[in-house]
Design a protein around this ligand. Sequence first.
Ligand code: SAM
Length: 230
Amino acid sequence: MDYDLSAIVTPYVTEYIREKTVHNNPLLTELEEYATLNKVPIAEPETARLMSVLTKLVRPKKILEIGTAIGYSSIIMAQGLDADGKITTLEYDSKTAEIARENIKRAGLADKIQVIEADAKDYLSYLDEDETYDMVFLDGPKAHYLFMLEDAVRLLRKGGLLVSDNILFKGMTADDGHFARRKVTIIHRLREYIDALMAHPQLETSILSQGDGVTLSIKTISDKERFLDK
Ligand SMILES: C[S@@+](CC[C@H](N)C(=O)[O-])C[C@H]1O[C@@H](n2cnc3c(N)ncnc32)[C@H](O)[C@@H]1O
């Protein structure tokens, strides 16, 4: 089987969705072209739009992003931030982090988005619970999502949203036995990650087969907590 995004969504449907999902932001277009030319993995156009809609819905004060790349998704999410909202985004490659900072400055968002050069796995474990976020966007190393889950949940406020990208990994996560051998570790870890999300006592998760596969997980509030909140 030849793996591409058609393994998740039929190509003509993807084509149709992308044809309709247009924006007229010249900087974002430039970043999309840069990413294609330089093979930088950024969110698929339909996932980028989903992130835009979700942030405008949640109106977060604080977003934590794991995996900045060139700042594309940070810039998109910043449009939905609460007026005094902030994004902290983690990137371990210093050259990439520098490009992201430059793009963020050009977007006029340097005061809203802080790019931190760090290995996310270590960085998350250093943050304490006082540092809670309204939204966490997990878009970094797929093989390590599983090991970041508990920190992500710990750092998410109750009622907050955890979005994880690339969880269907071009369809391979869902396809028993038909994947390239060199991808076997990532695929097994993604499967374990999805199982962990679905079984997590503090999360309610929906799996979306759009883009490269996205999960939306809400950190649940018990009825008792909801009652005490009022
Ligand atoms: C899929 S890209 C992020 C795309 C970006 N969110 C967007 O849509 O514009 C993943 C990024 O995570 C970075 N990354 C990989 N492992 C990491 C780690 N352990 N800590 C921090 N960043 C990491 C990679 O260098 C890469 O730039």
